[in-house]
Design a protein around this ligand. Structure first.
Ligand code: NAD
Ligand code: MG
Length: 339
């Protein structure tokens, strides 16, 4: 992490703003927006080039572990989901989005960005994640948009069907679906992965995506977008993430195949493949305790990404401006890229 002395004045101001706390961020939304025009994140409004190496915390990180599924609000340092920096320009005005895992991490950053771009947003999360979800709901409402909270377990097909129906009813329609919820648990050996664990990973990462997508498509008009969250693990599987990595490869494959079908309905289907991002997934069994402390060190950038740094890809893929983009997998992995 850059020391205070090496931070630009605008960066220091932003960091001070960030520590002022969430409620200030919600209440002072207009302030956050105007601050962002002077920020160094490059999320929006930046006029000068920004060196990405100097941004955000670098490893080593403090040792930490939370019981799964964990809370972003209890991580040290707190991930940056764009709460004080993301500035919309109306790119999703009038759109209606469903985001699974929208309480924390990458899904939360997408939810905040979508709302500030003018979309109404429904988020799905586990009941244990209510504290994170409540904050996201406040951010969506602070952006002047409708927020729908849908707690439940997507390993159930009937819940997946009902969550889509509820989103459609409460949003008044649906034209963006982000399949982003995920399960990742580190196991050193295949011999340590029980059938129950294997099933849990596949149900969360694959079956739920299949069920939610199937339930959503009949409601989605031409011009809609489906965005799935794959991973760099789809191409370069980590030895300790066998079951997880295979689901991420399947998600990329499903995305490409479904895109070929769905273009006949005018629906675009794409995926985002993140590298290491600083989220609750990693501190709740997704990585060994040792890997958490040096998280992101291995990529050329030398640090993990923050969710705020990947949300713009979701906005781009959801936006009508990406009208020729379908069947693609967009990476963001700090330099250790896709093939
Ligand atoms: P995260 O823990 O903040 O988000 C994952 C979310 O999945 C949770 O918030 C939870 O709401 C949801 N979820 C998990 N199981 C669920 C269930 N049974 N029912 C309902 N919801 C459930 O972590 P994240 O890193 O933001 O993860 C988002 C996506 O990004 C995941 O698909 C993950 O595989 C992918 N990804 C993350 C990284 C990374 O380094 N963080 C890298 C590549 C891909
Ligand atoms: Mg969460």
């Amino acid at each position: 992490m850059p020391s205070d002395n090496t931070m630009s004045p605008s960066r220091r101001k932003l960091m001070q703003g960030a520590t002022a706390g969430l409620m200030t961020a919600v209440a002072g939304h207009a302030l956050a927006q105007s601050e962002s025009s002077a920020n160094a994140t490059g999320t929006a409004g930046a006029t000068a080039p920004v060196d990405p190496r100097g941004l955000y915390p670098h490893p080593p990180f403090p040792a930490q572990e939370q019981p799964w599924p964990g809370l972003a609000g209890r991580m040290t340092p707190r991930p940056d989901h764009g709460e004080t920096s993301y500035r919309g320009t109306g790119r999703l005005n009038g759109r209606r989005a469903l985001i699974t895992g929208g309480d924390s991490g990458i899904g939360r950053a997408a939810a905040i960005a979508f709302a500030r771009e003018g979309a109404d947003v429904a988020i799905v999360y586990l009941p244990a994640e209510e504290p994170d979800a409540k904050e996201v709901v406040q951010f969506i409402r602070a952006a002047g948009q409708t927020a729908v909270a849908l707690p439940g377990d997507i390993r159930s097909e009937s819940f997946c069907q009902s969550l889509v129906n509820n989103a459609v009813q409460q949003l008044g329609g649906l034209d963006i679906v982000v399949n982003n919820a995920g399960r990742q648990q580190s196991h050193d050996s295949i011999l340590d992965i029980s059938t129950e664990q294997f099933d849990w990973t596949l149900r969360t990462n694959l079956y739920a995506m299949f069920w939610i997508t199937k339930a959503a498509i009949p409601h989605m008009p031409p011009g809609s977008a489906i965005i799935n969250t794959s991973s760099v693990n789809a191409y370069d599987p980590s030895a300790n993430l066998l079951d997880y990595a295979m689901t991420k490869a399947a998600i990329a494959n499903f995305t490409k195949g479904l895109a070929k079908q769905m273009i006949k309905k005018g629906i675009r289907v794409n995926a985002v493949a993140p590298g290491p991002f600083w989220t609750a997934l990693q501190v709740t069994g997704g990585q060994t305790a040792e890997n958490v402390q040096k998280f992101g060190e291995q990529v050329p950038m030398g640090r993990p990404g923050q969710p705020a740094e990947i949300a713009p890809l979701y906005v781009q893929l959801a936006s009508a401006q990406a009208s020729y983009v379908t069947g693609q997998v967009y990476g963001a992995s700090g330099g250790a890229g896709n093939p």
